[in-house]
Structure formats: structure tokens, C-alpha cells
Design a protein around this ligand. Structure first.
Ligand code: ARG
Ligand code: ZN
Length: 871
């Protein structure tokens, strides 16, 4: 809580640190009521700073400062000033040792930032600004220090004591306590510090690096979860190998540790040598974990591992540069997942997320550039823009330079900046230096917010065989940025003849507001396949006919664009039905679409994973993003209509596909081919259930009861619960609960499935679930399952016309803000989009934002989101 109005921090105000901390020695006395922290910092003046300044350390107002000394001399209260999260000591020598003892209450830390307890174990989360909740420190990423950490705790309760680096000494202490000292040889910023103390079980393995170094791999979890760590271990080893092969990067310590904790604000954290993971991103077992979660574990384990180079060895100068490590690392993990699984499917999933959620962020009140210019609370900027759009920006560099030059650029970047805290500009400069290209215009991707729009039209001259593409680009205004300059971007494309033969394929480079590209020797009017592989994060308009889209859906050589052609067609047809519904006219399902889908369903040579993507209708959230003014009910009705129509028109095909996939799946394995079979099978089951016919309910019930894996069981459960078969739905929910009540992560799914059930009475159901013993408001995963599930996945009910969903969410935010501001601010997102809705809902949503604004003592996190949303 901040007593005064929270204030903004600006990129343009950046100053290098006045002081350096060469060494940091920490000693933690962990107890049941408190933790005592003694920090010894070797501090000296930074020769690179402009002028000499008083020593200023950051430290949360809530921590108790017990003792402060300089070179052994204890300071008294008049020697320093403490206010607004700062400790200022005016008179210090040029070089000295500062010792500081603080007392913390980790047991009462519900914000899950700094040192806190998750179930019975102590753990930390320091990124971005959590270290200042532990001790006083120049808690900023450009101050890098060598850390030595000693942990002292009760030996029976906390037999495992971990921190960064390598263990160098240990022993017993009085009163049944013991201690371990860890040394991390690599200088690091405070945000990468971590400790864990608990009664943990582990799986152990080892890895030999390309240069022959042995690394011990240890993954820790609560004993009950010991059987769920194998997949993470395999993923880790694959990631280590991949980073050597693709980026030439080796691991640099003797031990690599991952710890699973159940209370965690985000997905996972790349602390040097000691990653801390949300259980949801590391635990995996066929019986309790879905395919999607298996793949997420693989991706997040790799992501955090890749940070060891893109994040830890080379880190960020300041938090405005967050995308330097996150955008690059997301690009790296996406390429890794693409190599491990199906490349096209991975691309489709990532683009779907970008188009649904990042585009919506770009169009909302919190829109910001990949490198933001200012923030009030940095936690609010761990966003889809910084992560996913940031990764797209790196991908464009990869496309523009080509794989070889890109690799050279990345080698140069790592070599040039190893051990430094740098900027996104430094990253681009390395790419410029290896390629000899001028990327100054490209840098606008880092500084301008908003989703650019490409408008494409064409002209064909049959006599000369000349074909022209006219491309114009623009970008809508975003907060603080009225006018945008044109972007430099790669437009990958091809030209197809009517019969589907490819006539040419190229990467065009756009730099101007308007450009014409000419193609000679084209025998007949071609169909353009544009923005192949989604080569730039833009919205592209071209007046395709339905026939052209159907042709691309059948013949495009670019798998991504085949899918995209199908999506464009579905979106168009769904938008027509939405309009029909609004006018009170009957809705229709286009016969050409039914025929195309029938062709796809009958073709046994196609990759099942790909067919599953092709036959999935765009989500309500995505249709909302595309709407001029969102009419939640119309979108829902139109989509339900189409889904039912396609279900009934192709009923026998769905059944055949279901049976074919079912017969082809053997015992469970989370490999790409088996995942593809299950995703198509469960999509077929979705359509069968959507017919509303009883036999398919029985089929789903059977699958629920007999499957040997969570993917199939959960698919059956959620399909039945979300169908009109209410009684059976309730029955299966009860059975599922009895079967899995001891598995916290499975129960989160159980909460989420109910929260996203759009049948009438939804609010009453979530209210009653919020009182269920399986819910725990202190656990972010449970909040995301129930509150996030209702407000983000149950659009018709959250947007109930009486505003009850909005009030419910605002009530929760106000309650959660006192407990965990980071999570509160994140759950608030759906309300921030109020301007996109029709007048009645718009006003109701705004009222709730205003009500929050009028509340005294909002956290900086929630204050920033609410105040910016009301502008
Ligand atoms: N650096 C972490 C990752 O990319 C995210 C941690 C951010 N946590 C936070 N509380 N802001 O995986
Ligand atoms: Zn990351």
C-alpha cells in the first residue's frame, strides 16, 4: 500500500548506478515466527556514474531494520534517513562494507513477493522488485554482485536448504538446527537471487555438456508429487542439448535445480542455478495432466533454462528493457517447442494467443510499446506485449537476416555483453553489426505501441503477365502516441495459380507507408498467399473471395496460411451470422464450408493435429477482438449456431474420425503424434456432443470413465458439463471430484470447468465454489481457475446484462488487493476493456472501475490499471 499517490518512472530518466556492490554475503535465520537476515555488502563508488551521490538503498517500508553498520561501526538513527521505500546514508567512504540486519515475517507475506512460505516451505520471488522486501540493496538489474548465502533452519522441518550456485559448506547448529552455505561465482542482479528451505523430495539426473562438463540436475517437489517430475527432467535435458546445438550455449555451473511450489504469482522464475516453478508448470503425469499442460511444462522448463544466457549472463539494464530477455527467450522457447513437436501447430497456437489477447491489449487502455516508456508498477508490464509481441519482433529479425546471420548476431550479442546489463538497442546493434544492415527504422517496433494494419490490393495485366501488389500500412493511435511512423517488416508471401500450383514465393520488405511490388511473367491472375507463417505481428486486409479462401485452404504450400485461410472464412461467416442474429434474421451455415470440412474430415492422409486446428472455430474472445463493438450475446449465439450446424451436417464424419483416432491411439504418450490424435478425437467428440443427441453423451461418459489419461478424461468432462446434458454433467463433476480431490492441480481444472460453464445460474455457481474447501483465495492458481475462468472464459455470464459479473469481480479485486496486489491487478484485465462494449455494459463496467478508483489505499498495481483504464 502506498500512502501517497503512486508515481510514474520514466525511461528517459535513467541514470547509471552511483554505487556498485562487488560482493553480497547473506545469512538467513529461518524460524517459525520470523526470519532474520544479515546482509554484508562490499560497496564502492561507481566510476561510471556522473557525480558522487549519497548512498541510496531500496528497502520496503514494511521490513524491520534492526542494525546498520559501516566497516563495523554501528550507525544511529541520525546517520541515515528512511522513507518511501528508501534508505539514504549521506556520509560514506568511497569503498566500505555495509552490514544490515533485517527482520521479516515470511509467514505473513501473502503478496508472494520477496521471502514467503508456500505450504510448509520457505521460498523467494525477487523479480522484479522483491529483493527489497528482504534487505536494503540497490535493487536494480544493472547492479550485479557475487552472492554467498548461508541458510540456517530447523533440521527436521527444513532438511533441504538451497540457494544459487554451488554448496560449499554445511554443518549442524544448536537447537536441532543446521546450516548450508552456497556460493554463486557469477555476478548477478538481486532479482536473480533465490532461496528455498523445506522438506522436499527430488529426482536427480545428470548432463554432460558439449565440452564435457558434468552437471547435476535436481528437481525438487513435495514428496506426494515425486512421481510427476520425469517429464520436466526430460524436457530440461532436451533444452540443454538444443541450446548447445542451435545457439552454441552451454551451462555454466555444476548444479541446475528446479523447485516446484504451489503458491506462485506467475509461471516460473529463472533464478541463477535455482529455478522456482509454479507446480502447474513443472508437474506432469499422464493420469493427472493434460497434453496441453505437458507441452506447457516442456516450454516453461526450456524458457527458464534458456534465460541462463538470455537473461542471466546477459541481463537488462533497467526494467524498460524487460523484453530484451523475455522477447528473445520466448522466441527461443517457441523455436525449441517447434523443433520438439509440430512446427506449424505450435505457430498456430502462438499466433492465436497473440491475435486474441495481445491484439486486445494493444487496443486497450494499458497498451504500451515492447519497450515501455514509463510505468507505475513494473509487475503490470509482464505482458503479452513484452513477452509475445517481443518474441515476434525477434522473429522478424530472424526472418530479415536469415538463420545464419541471426545466429552470428546472437553470438556477437552474447560475446560482447557477457556479464553486462544492457538494452534492446544493444541487441539490435549486434544484429546490425553482423549483417551490415541499417535497422534504425526497425527499432520502431520497440518504441511504438499498437497493432499495425496492412491493406493489400492487387492488379493483374493478362497481356504483359505483370502482377502488382499494392501494400499500405498504418497503425492506430495508442495512449500517449497519436501518430505512428511506418514500420520495417518482412511480408512473406507466395502466388498460387487457380489450380493451387505455386508460382512464386518471396519475402517482401515493407518500409514505406505505401509500396508496390511487381511480379513479371505470371501466366494467369494468381491468388496471393499473404503474411505466410505470420511473418509480422499485424492485421492484414485483402479482399479475398470465399472461393479463393477455399482454394488456399486446400492447396497453400504454407501450412500456417492454409489454416489462416480457413480461419478467415470462418470469421467472415460467423460475422455474417452475428449480424443476422442482431437483425433478428435466421442464421445460416454455408454449404461450401460444410463441403470443405467434409473433405478435410475424410482425408486420412492429413496430419490429425493439423486437421484439429483447421476444424476449430475461432473463439468468442477472438471474435470479440475483431468486432467493432462487442456484442457478447450475438457472438455467442452465432458461434453456437455454427458449431451445432457443422456438428449435425457432418455427424457421421465426426463419428468416423472419432473412431479412427481412438483406434490409432495406443497407451498414453505425450509425443506430438499422439497429442495430435487425441486433439482431433476430442474435437470430434465436441461436435458429436454439440448435436445434442443421446448416443454421443454415452460415448463421452464412457470416455470419461475408461480413459487412462487426463486429456481424454477432462475433455469428456468439460464437454458434458458445458452441454445441455445438465444432470449427467453434475454426476461426472461429482465423480471427478471424488476421484481427484487430493490433487490440487486437478482440482483447479475442476474449478475452471465449472467457472466457464455458461448455463444460467453461473454467478451463483461460482459464488458457491468460492466457499468450497477446494478453493483457497491465497493461492493464485485457484484464483486464476475460478475468477479468471469466470471472467475470462465465461463471456456471456461475466457480461450478464445486470452487471452482476462486474460487481462480483470488483468485489474480489478490492478484497485481493490487500492480500496480493500483483494477482489482483492481473485479474482486473477484463474490466479494463469497457470501451469495446455496447453502451449498457460499457457504463456498468466503468461504474465498477470508478468504484475501485474511489477506494482509498489501492496498491500501486491496481491503481495503475484502474486509473489508466478510466482515462
Ligand atoms: N522472469 C520470469 C519468466 O519469464 C517471470 C517472473 C516475473 N514475476 C513477477 N512476479 N513479476 O519466466
Ligand atoms: Zn522469461
Amino acid at each position: 500500500m502506498s500512502a501517497q499517490q503512486p508515481h510514474a518512472i520514466y525511461l528517459e530518466d535513467y541514470q547509471p548506478p552511483a554505487w556498485r556492490v562487488e560482493r553480497t554475503a547473506l545469512r538467513f535465520e529461518l524460524e517459525e515466527e520470523q526470519a532474520l537476515v544479515r546482509a554484508q555488502l562490499s560497496i564502492s563508488i561507481n566510476p561510471e556514474a556522473g557525480s558522487r551521490q549519497a548512498l541510496e538503498l531500496l528497502g520496503d517500508d514494511e521490513i524491520e531494520l534492526q542494525r546498520l553498520s559501516i566497516d563495523g561501526e554501528v550507525l544511529c538513527a541520525s546517520d541515515y534517513a528512511r522513507a518511501d521505500g528508501r534508505l539514504v546514508i549521506p556520509n560514506v567512504p568511497d569503498s566500505f562494507t555495509l552490514e544490515c540486519v533485517t527482520r521479516l515475517l515470511p509467514q505473513q507475506n501473502t503478496a508472494l513477493e520477496g521471502l514467503y512460505k508456500s505450504d510448509g516451505m520457505f521460498c523467494t520471488q525477487c523479480e522484479a522488485e522483491g529483493f527489497r522486501r528482504i534487505t536494503f540493496f540497490p535493487d536494480r538489474p544493472d547492479v550485479m554482485s557475487v552472492f554467498t548465502t548461508t541458510l540456517v533452519a530447523d533440521k527436521t522441518r527444513y532438511p533441504v536448504l538451497l540457494s544459487n550456485g554451488n554448496p560449499v559448506a554445511s554443518g549442524d547448529a544448536d537447537g536441532g538446527r543446521h546450516w548450508v552455505t552456497w556460493e554463486d561465482p557469477w555476478p548477478k542482479p538481486s532479482y536473480l537471487f533465490a532461496l528455498v528451505a523445506g522438506d522436499l523430495a527430488l529426482v536427480e539426473d545428470h548432463y554432460t555438456t558439449a565440452s564435457g562438463r558434468e552437471v547435476a540436475l535436481r528437481i525438487y517437489a513435495e514428496r506426494k508429487d515425486l512421481d510427476k517430475l520425469d517429464h520436466a527432467m526430460v524436457s530440461l535435458k532436451n533444452a540443454m542439448r538444443w541450446d548447445e546445438q542451435v545457439y552454441g550455449r552451454e551451462y555454466d555451473l555444476d548444479i541446475y535445480m528446479i523447485v516446484a511450489v504451489d503458491f506462485f504469482n506467475m509461471g516460473a522464475m529463472e533464478n541463477k542455478g535455482l529455478n522456482i516453478f509454479n507446480t502447474s508448470c513443472v508437474l506432469a503425469h499422464p493420469q493427472t495432466t493434460t497434453d496441453a499442460a505437458f507441452q506447457r511444462v516442456e516450454a516453461v522448463v526450456a524458457h527458464e533454462y534458456f534465460h541462463n544466457w538470455s537473461g542471466n549472463r546477459v541481463t537488462c539494464r533497467d526494467w524498460f528493457q524487460l523484453s530484451l530477455k523475455e522477447g528473445f527467450t520466448v522466441f527461443r522457447d517457441a523455436e525449441f517447442s517447434a523443433d520438439m513437436n509440430s512446427r506449424t501447430v505450435k505457430r498456430i497456437e502462438d499466433v492465436t494467443l497473440l491475435r486474441t489477447a495481445q491484439f486486445a491489449e494493444d487496443a486497450g487502455p494499458m497498451a504500451h510499446p515492447v519497450r515501455p516508456e514509463s510505468y507505475i508498477e513494473i509487475s503490470n508490464f509482464y505482458t503479452l506485449t513484452v513477452y509475445e509481441k517481443g518474441a515476434e519482433v525477434v522473429r522478424m529479425l530472424h526472418t530479415l537476416l536469415g538463420p545464419e546471420l541471426f545466429r552470428k548476431g546472437s553470438d556477437l550479442y552474447f560475446e560482447r555483453h557477457d556479464g553486462q546489463a544492457v538494452t534492446t538497442d544493444d541487441f539490435v546493434r549486434a544484429m546490425e553489426d553482423v549483417s551490415g544492415r541499417d535497422l534504425s527504422q526497425f527499432r520502431r517496433w520497440y518504441s511504438q505501441a499498437g497493432t499495425p494494419r496492412l491493406n493489400v490490393s492487387d492488379q493483374y495485366d493478362a497481356e504483359t503477365g505483370c502482377y502488382e501488389l499494392h501494400v499500405s500500412q498504418s497503425c492506430p493511435p495508442s495512449p500517449g502516441q497519436e501518430h505512428k511512423l511506418p514500420y520495417h517488416l518482412p511480408l512473406a508471401m507466395g502466388l498460387l495459380a487457380d489450380d493451387g500450383t505455386e508460382l512464386c514465393s518471396r519475402v517482401l520488405e515493407l518500409t514505406e507507408e505505401e509500396q508496390v511490388f511487381r511480379f513479371e511473367g505470371i501466366p494467369s491472375r494468381p491468388v496471393p498467399s499473404l503474411l505466410r507463417g505470420f511473418s509480422a505481428p499485424v492485421k492484414l486486409d485483402y479482399a479475398y473471395t470465399d472461393q479463393q479462401l477455399l482454394m488456399l485452404l486446400r492447396h497453400d504450400t504454407d501450412g500456417f496460411n492454409r489454416w489462416d485461410a480457413g480461419q478467415r472464412l470462418s470469421v467472415r461467416l460467423l460475422q455474417q451470422q452475428t449480424e443476422a442474429w442482431c437483425r433478428g434474421e435466421p442464421m445460416q451455415c454455408e454449404q461450401a464450408l460444410v463441403d470443405a470440412w467434409r473433405g478435410l474430415l475424410r482425408d486420412e492422409n492429413l496430419d490429425p493435429a493439423m486437421v484439429a486446428q483447421l476444424l476449430r472455430l475461432p473463439s468468442e474472445a477472438q471474435l470479440s477482438e475483431l468486432a467493432d463493438e462487442i456484442d457478447v450475446i450475438a457472438i455467442h449465439e452465432a458461434r453456437e449456431f455454427m458449431r451445432t450446424a457443422l456438428a449435425r451436417a457432418l455427424e457421421s464424419e465426426w463419428l468416423a474420425v472419432y473412431q479412427r483416432c481412438d483406434a490409432a491411439s495406443g497407451t498414453y504418450s505425450p509425443d506430438a503424434a499422439s497429442i495430435g490424435l487425441r486433439s482431433l478425437k476430442n474435437l470430434a467428440l465436441e461436435y458429436l456432443i454439440a448435436t445434442g443427441r443421446e448416443p454421443w453423451l454415452e460415448l463421452a461418459r464412457q470416455q470419461f470413465e475408461q480413459s487412462d489419461n487426463m486429456t481424454d478424461q477432462q475433455a469428456a468432462l468439460s464437454l458434458v458439463v458445458h452441454s445441455g446434458f445438465r444432470e449427467v454433467g453434475a454426476e461426472l463433476l461429482e465423480a471427478f471430484y471424488l476421484q481427484w480431490q487430493h490433487e490440487s492441480l486437478v482440482m483447479n481444472q475442476w474449478l475452471a470447468i465449472q467457472a466457464s460453464d455458461s448455463a444460467p445460474g453461473a454467478l451463483e455457481r461460482v459464488v458457491s465454489l468460492s466457499r468450497h474447501p477446494m478453493f483457497d483465495m491465497r493461492n493464485p492458481n485457484k484464483l486464476r481457475a475460478l475468477i479468471g475462468g469466470f471472467c475470462g472464459q465465461n463471456l456471456v455470464q461475466f457480461h450478464a446484462e445486470d452487471g452482476s459479473g462486474y460487481t462480483w469481480l470488483a468485489d474480489w479485486i478490492l478484497k485481493l488487493d490487500r492480500q496480493n496486489p500483483q494477482v489482483a491487478a492481473r485479474l482486473l484485465t477484463p474490466l479494463t476493456r469497457w470501451k469495446r462494449y455496447e453502451p449498457v455494459r460499457r457504463a456498468l463496467m466503468r461504474d465498477q472501475l470508478q468504484r475501485m478508483m474511489d477506494t482509498a489505499e489501492l496498491s500501486a498495481d491496481v491503481y495503475e490499471v484502474v486509473s489508466k483504464s478510466l482515462v
